[in-house]
Ligand binder design. Structure first.
Ligand code: SIN
Length: 303
């Protein structure tokens, strides 16, 4: 039987009693959706999944985004299941070595925002038995709730511009990333987009602070200087320790998290010889705003 055991932290739950290599029943999928809304980050320990399993499970939540910069390699099996790793073969990384190594939320830079990240831990670096390369999160339901009422009132109904290039350039300029500058063609494929600053979460029906330092560049309804000052305030506020939670990995952990209700970063505390290998599907919010998709979750709430 599927069991949800919340951590005693501000985010996170461990889900046992389910084998994700097998099809999920409607009630189990409903439980997972509700737990995702409530706890933001879900760990399914000791899962044994091949690429097809990862793709099939991820697609339950929505359409998978391909790599936004490089074209998908049609010769690779399951090209939509990405590789995050510092492994090199013939002098080249086999996947992205530095993905997400500062605070951000995936796909806020797209018209159709991100909903879920599915990350499968295959090789986890350890030093003296302690796992490295954790993933840290902050809870944006809690951050919105804790904002002073005058800030909520002043900013209510405002929108934010998100730009893919902001994080890309940040990694290049401040994180020693070997990424090349974006080309004009890549910029054309990723134009800035606008989303509400406070978003009604489709599962919890509560407001979240939908804003992240990785991609947010401007509060559109404010003059530039006021927008800059307000974004600075929100970026600092949302990272207060009381909202934060770190997942420490084990091999065969399947972790999923809700992009609408959290922000996250990968912790780069391991060296080039300490190998980390993850498989990732970035799932877009192509389904979650459709009430029919949430039917299995709502059925449980009514029961
Ligand atoms: C990501 O930002 O998607 C990567 C997170 C991680 O590798 O821990």
């Amino acid at each position: 039987m599927l069991t949800v055991a919340p951590t005693d932290a501000v985010l996170g739950a461990t889900i046992t009693g389910v084998d994700l290599s097998k099809p999920l029943s409607d009630p189990d999928f409903g439980r997972i959706l509700l737990a995702l809304g409530d706890h933001g980050v879900l760990r399914f320990p000791d899962q044994h999944l091949d690429l097809g399993d990862l793709k099939r499970f991820s697609e339950l939540f929505g359409e998978i985004q391909g790599n936004p910069i490089s074209a998908l390699d049609p010769n690779r099996p399951y090209p939509e299941v990405g590789i995050l790793s510092n492994i090199k073969e013939n002098g080249a990384y086999i996947g992205l070595p530095d993905a997400g190594q500062d605070w951000h939320t995936d796909m806020t830079y797209r018209d159709v925002m991100g909903f879920v990240n599915v990350l499968y831990g295959i090789r986890i670096p350890r030093r003296d038995g302690v796992p490295l390369g954790g993933t840290e999160f902050a809870n944006m339901h809690a951050a919105y709730d804790a904002l002073p009422q005058d800030v909520k009132t002043r900013l209510d109904g405002m929108t934010v511009t998100h730009d893919f290039e902001k994080f890309w350039e940040h990694m290049r300029q401040h994180k020693n990333s070997g990424r090349p500058a974006m080309t004009d063609e890549q910029r054309r494929r990723r134009p800035p987009v606008t989303h509400p600053l406070f978003l009604l979460h489709p599962i919890t029906q509560r407001k979240v602070l939908y804003c992240n330092e990785g991609y947010a560049v401007r509060i559109n309804e404010l003059p530039q200087a006021e927008s800059d000052a307000t974004l600075d305030y929100l970026f600092r506020f949302q990272l207060e320790q009381r909202f934060r939670y770190t997942h420490h990995w084990n091999e065969n952990d399947l972790l999923i998290w809700d992009h609408l209700g959290t922000i996250h970063r990968a912790i780069a505390d391991y060296g080039p010889d300490e190998i980390r290998l993850m498989r990732r599907c970035q799932v877009m919010a192509t389904k979650v705003f459709d009430p029919d998709f949430l039917r299995p979750a709502r059925a449980l709430q009514m029961a």
